[in-house]
Design a protein around this ligand. Structure first.
Ligand code: AP5
Length: 226
């Protein structure tokens, strides 16, 4: 796969060990809402052995449990706005004290601002940033058609990855997956998150993946890069 700007091809630091890819630090999955970060995370975790750390999932869990943090985050999430950096950085710092984070993690949806990335750089080494690139016009259809199985957490899409018939009655739609909210989320992405691509590219960490292809093809590209 070609690279541009400061992007790079994964170096020989990444090598196969007993079928797993050995990456010494953390990996960041980067991209707009609905790019397919959650969809691809499981496969990358399997390949690298790194646990997925999704700030979106952590926040939704806090909202569901009705914690103080959940109450604070809820208003921002439902409006399609980013939750303040101080909350997110606190959440991540705590998560990284778990034993399973000792050999790096797979960040999904974090960092999303330059201050978050700067805070992260102080506590862990980021070895690769996988940027899944999808044009805005494809995003709305992906988000509005997304469904999730509350029992397994598996992500589906009514057209692109329909849920199997035996579970189709129990799949749910995220509260922030409306057309209006997705437009706010896209605006927040372009204003606050997209500049991070340049930031990471200048550090030679950004790996660009064309995410506007079938799910399997995107996964194969990521796997071949790793
Ligand atoms: P979060 O949960 O992180 O949402 P997001 O970044 O908006 O990402 P999504 O989960 O919507 O999309 P995804 O890229 O994982 O796509 P998916 O794989 O599901 O954050 C939610 C909110 O929490 C934010 O709005 C914010 O308020 C807050 N927040 C979270 N982290 C924060 C942070 N760090 N700082 C501040 N605030 C934060 O795929 C989407 C759909 O497309 C699915 O239906 C899937 O089946 C389908 N699909 C996937 N790939 C393909 C493909 N290749 N072709 C066709 N369909 C596909």
């Amino acid at each position: 796969m070609g690279t541009s700007g400061g992007s790079r091809i994964v170096s020989d630091r990444y090598h196969c060990q007993l079928g797993r890819i050995h990456v010494t630090g953390s990996i960041v999955l980067f991209g707009p809402p609905g790019a397919g970060k959650g969809t691809q995370a499981g496969r990358i975790s399997e390949l690298t052995g790194k646990p997925q750390v999704s700030t979106g999932d952590m926040l939704r869990s806090a909202v569901a449990k009705g914690t103080d943090l959940g109450h604070e985050a809820k208003t921002f999430m439902e409006a399609g706005l980013l939750v303040p950096d101080s909350i997110i950085i606190g959440l991540i710092s705590e998560r990284l004290t778990n034993d399973d984070a000792a050999n790096g993690v797979l960040f999904d949806g974090f960092p999303r601002t330059i201050p978050q990335a700067e805070a992260l750089a102080e506590i862990v080494s980021v070895e690769a940033v996988i940027s899944i690139e999808v044009p805005d016009e494809s995003i709305v259809e992906r988000i509005v058609g997304r469904r999730m199985d509350p029992e397994t957490g598996e992500i589906y899409h009514i057209h692109f990855k329909p849920p199997p018939e035996d579970i189709s009655a129990r799949v749910v739609q995220r509260k922030d997956d409306t057309e209006d909210t997705v437009r706010s989320r896209l605006a927040a992405y372009h204003e606050q998150t997209a500049p991070l691509a340049k930031w990471y590219s200048e550090q030679g960490l950004l790996i660009r993946i064309d995410g506007n292809r079938p799910i399997e093809d995107v996964g194969n590209s990521i796997a071949s890069m790793l």
